[in-house]
Write a protein that binds this ligand. Sequence first.
Ligand code: AMP
Ligand code: ZN
Length: 470
Amino acid sequence: MSLKLYNTLSRRIEEFRPVEEGKAGMYCCGPTVYNFAHIGNLRTYIFEDLLHRTLVHDGYKLTHVMNITDVGHLTGDGDDGEDKMTKSAREKGQSVWDIAAFYTDAFFRDESHLNIIRPDVVCKATDHINQMIDVIKKLEEKGHTYIAGGNVYFSIDTIDDYGKLAKLNLDDLKEGARIEVDSNKRNPKDFVLWFTNSKFKDQIMVWPSPWGVGYPGWHIECTAMSSEYLGNHFDIHCGGIDAIPVHHTNEIAQAEAAFGVKPWVNYWCHGEFLINDKGKMSKSSGEFLTLSVLEEKGYDALDYRYFCLGGHYRSQLKFSFESLDQARIARQGLCRKIAQFKAEGKPAEVLDEKAQGYVDAFFEAMDNDLKAPQALSQVWSLLRDRDVPDDQKLRACLMMDEILGLSLDEVEPLKEESVEAGDEALRLLEERTEAKREKNYARADEIRNRLLEMGYKVVDTPSGAKLERV
Ligand code: AMP
Ligand code: ZN
């Protein structure tokens, strides 16, 4: 089966046909590093990781590019507001460069805990100012820009299909409530390519340009960096759905105008939001959950990865600790099975027809617009199938983990003593994990002592707590 992806541009599921046979170029909008990524942001990177892994599994020679927005873009998608990086630096009394470096490191720590494969190219906006200037010059030469109030604007009226990605109806476009109207704009949807007239007196990150000392608009970053590494026409561009109406819309407008290629990108893939009781999780709302917070509460980062696998990337996913608990129990159950299989012996060299059937169904689900929940259900059907021997199950699960990314290869074989652990001991172990999560350490210690009396020592490992005979 070949890979099929939902393309936001056509609003249809399409067969993936690369620009160049056997290769795939994918650009993903990366983090804005003025704060920690929240678990909603991380959901989007997990979805992109699933796409990465599926493309590689399908044999494509993938070039995955992700930017780091370290210039600091503006509050909201419009061209107004305060520079987030400067604001964060001021609040923390650090330099903007320190802030960017700190949060970039924190981001990659989260990514590695989540087993997100690092993109082939990670590029910082601040290292590509010249490339951005070059694209703006091209746009200027072709008559798509104007200068007003010291800033260079892209004029959307110079192209005939602005807003096609978002299917915007230009007649009833309304600016967001908080956006103050920029009187320099000829059309409210025009956007800044280069600022020389910063609204902030203390703008720190500035560079010389043909239009004066200043800094780039947000949208030009991604266009300049994607073309630098993937060329002027490439396969896939990803991001969260919030990027559709403004950021990606503006990227398409300026890239197609500058490079003269239509469509500039063949497949636009967008991940839906992680939501909570109050709606979309967002950085600007101030209250958000980070991966570190989950880890401090006793969860493994992979519990969150497993939780995300349980929802299709194009559906909203509602976060709650109850659901995360379910995910953790399921993941630990899977790891325990793997540990048990490993204790029994080596994985089968070759898959028999039955086990292969599950593996095929798993990869088919992923090829079918990354249906991770269906793929995951194949894992559990396989584990429940009494006709499939354990060494077959072990091999099949390790193959499926190529996409799941749950580090099943690192799960230690269950110690013989632990295999014998009675049901009651296992139940108590589960209860202790729950008590720890709820920060009920007294109960957790009580259970640990009870288990010791029963002859079991609790050993905490990255894949969950285990029992060993004392
Ligand atoms: P940012 O660092 O704010 O630019 O966001 C990084 C990525 O996370 C972007 O692709 C956003 O579209 C995405 N994103 C933002 N909020 C959410 C959310 N609540 N759920 C899923 N993805 C999100
Ligand atoms: Zn972008």
